[in-house]
Design a protein around this ligand. Sequence first.
Ligand code: ZN
Length: 278
Amino acid sequence: MRLVRFGEKGSERPGILRDGRVVDIRRHFPEAPDLGREFFEEGWIERLRSLTDPGQPLTARLGSPVARPEKIICLGKNYAEHAREGGMSIPEKPLLFCKTVNTLNGPHDPVLLPESSGQVDFEVELAVIIGRTAKRVPRGKALSYVAGYCVMNDVSAREAQFSDKQWFRGKSFDTFAPLGPALVTPDEIPDISRLSLKTWLNGQLMQDGNTSDLIFDAPYLISFISQDITLVPGDIISTGTPSGVGIFRDPPVVLKDGDLVRCEISGIGFIENRFVSP
Ligand code: ZN
């Protein structure tokens, strides 16, 4: 199942996407909560499986397929090639940081270039959406805690990231986490350990990686994080980016007004965002 939130910003409705058509879940279940903690906790994914409504052609805007998660946890240097291109060491345990929730953005929405920081960059990442509360979960059972998967662009303002010497500000500007195009449930993706991830900038291929190269894979990360940080339904874990980001190129590539960035993961789909000066 592919779950989306569709409609104008701030008034999105939950829907199911199938072959370019969208089923309005609230047409059948007016009480259905938005796609977030309650939706997953109350078992709506299972309840909706029998819905046969063919839906309407999708013409509306898509929003972030997760509304107001409690946490967006990101991974630094989780692909060896990416660590190497930045001249960084390979971490011995997962390196976690957070993006704030104001970053969430629709899969085709504009990304705003901040006024206070330059060197804005792209990072295609596999995002894991948690489906039930996870505390001290063994690695072997970790994937049963997943609601689904999305593509995320972990947009990063390198100037702020490098000058602050930690990542909070440079990763957390408004609109810096386009997510989507849908939340794809695990049954549609038989093997998440072999997904290709690609980024195109204005049609030119920039990143070309595979989740088989993750240093710490999704089950390991869910187990590791949940040892001391309770994961709740709707939480997002963005698993890190492969090599090919703009800033470590020679010469460096930084995003400018009008640039179009497309991030794609096999089996999930793509998100495509225009970068604009406010
Ligand atoms: Zn990242």
